[in-house]
Design a protein around this ligand. Structure first.
Ligand SMILES: *Cc1c(COP(=O)(O)O)cnc(C)c1O
Length: 373
């Protein structure tokens, strides 16, 4: 997977991100099992949540995934280069200036408004052809998609307004699908069903990873998980059925034993209450380790948690390894998240969500890809 010069650099990398492509594939299969008979598309926006769009898309395609969602036009163009056959939905839609590039790259826009539908329809009629599109109906996010007034107009005048547009997907997006107890889920489901009844028949999609977990009612014809494929827990309750697909580790660069009363790092925010062993690893906020895990988060060695000691700095983070047996040595790897520490655990310590942890990992964090065993 790595180009030769990268492989060499990886040998020296202080921090690395191991992406388990077989786990991504297994998570895709799990999603398919849960969604069946609905289809499952792979959401690979934001460089597949920071994992690397190309290897992830390739792995998903090998498991039979033939539809992908990206956010930006640029992401769609990049994915088209590696996936000549796939259906690629672009969530950003079809603002006028992007229409030629969408068409040239055979991308399927998720049209978000009547003006976008009009622009896409005009392009199709000019070309004397039909152009595929998804249409996003807003059922309560109040972010993107046709608001109820535009939905009513589209319903009343769909023949005219959709001239030249082949709708391949009516879609909407849930606001609270991480919380199965939220009343918003049922409310949006009802609104989506009402919208579908007003529109010409076409496949429909409501759910991302969270909705996938909410049961058959939420699956319609296509489900579009992202975080679940990457091993995140889609819900705020219950066990996570998806496998760890990303392991983030950093090497210990130096260890030292400090006396009680000594402090660690910038601001001297950690004070040793006893004779303390400190291990410092080569990762910091410039790699994507949130500074907010200072004195809050944990790393892990061999399944044992070791607390972050002091502030995370740009390139380094220190850990209290006093209780670790055997004591860690220079060159050993500390896990930041992966098999011991769930993405959600580090996210909680950082005051954020797993999505932001993954997408914040910088380019300096070296990605390695585990292929099929
Ligand atoms: C990001 C996104 C998804 C995927 O969401 P996950 O929670 O990661 O599964 C699906 N649909 C839309 C519209 C999105 O923006």
């Amino acid at each position: 997977m790595d180009r030769p010069n990268e492989t060499k650099a990886n040998e020296f990398a202080a921090m690395r991100l191991c992406v388990r492509l077989p786990a991504v594939v297994e998570n895709y299969r799990t999603a398919k099992r849960m969604a069946g008979p609905a289809a499952v598309a792979g959401v690979v926006k934001a460089d597949a949540y920071g994992l690397g769009m190309r290897p992830v898309a390739r792995a998903l395609a090998s498991a039979g995934c033939d539809s992908f969602f990206v956010a930006r036009l640029e992401e769609g163009i990049a994915l088209r280069l590696v996936s000549p056959e796939a259906r690629i939905f672009v969530l950003d839609g079809a603002p006028a200036e992007t229409v030629p590039a969408l068409i040239a790259n055979q991308l399927t826009p998720v049209l978000n408004s009547l003006p976008e539908i009009a622009g896409w329809s005009a392009a199709a009629r000019t070309m004397r052809t039909e152009l595929d599109a998804a249409v996003h109906i807003d059922t309560g996010m109040n972010r993107l998609g046709l608001p109820s007034g535009e939905l009513a107009l589209l319903s009343a005048e769909h023949k005219h307004r959709l001239a030249g547009v082949r709708v391949v997907l009516w879609m909407s997006h849930l606001a609270c699908s991480d919380d199965p107890a939220s009343k918003m889920n049922r409310r949006q489901l009802d609104r989506f069903r009402t919208a579908l009844a007003m529109l010409p028949p076409a496949p429909a999609a409501l759910s991302a990873s969270g909705g996938l977990m909410l049961g058959k009612d939420y699956h319609f014809d296509l489900v579009r998980p992202g975080i679940a494929l990457y091993g995140g827990h889609p819900l705020n309750v219950g066990p996570n059925p998806f496998k760890t697909a990303v392991v983030c580790t950093a090497r210990i660069m130096q260890t030292r034993t400090i006396a009680a009363g000594e402090t660690v790092g910038y601001g001297a925010t950690f004070t040793a209450g006893r004779t303390t062993k400190i291990a410092t690893a080569g990762l910091g906020y410039a790699d994507g380790l949130f500074r907010s895990v200072s004195n809050a988060g944990c790393g892990a060695v061999g399944g044992t948690r070791i607390p972050v000691a002091g502030r995370v700095s740009m390139d380094l983070a220190s850990f209290d390894v006093t209780d670790l047996t055997p004591p860690p040595a220079t060159g050993m790897e500390i896990e930041l998240f992966g098999d011991t520490i769930a993405l959600e655990e580090i996210a909680k310590a950082a005051g954020t969500i797993g999505y932001e942890i993954l997408t914040s990992l910088s380019r300096r964090a070296k990605r390695t890809y585990e292929e099929n065993p």
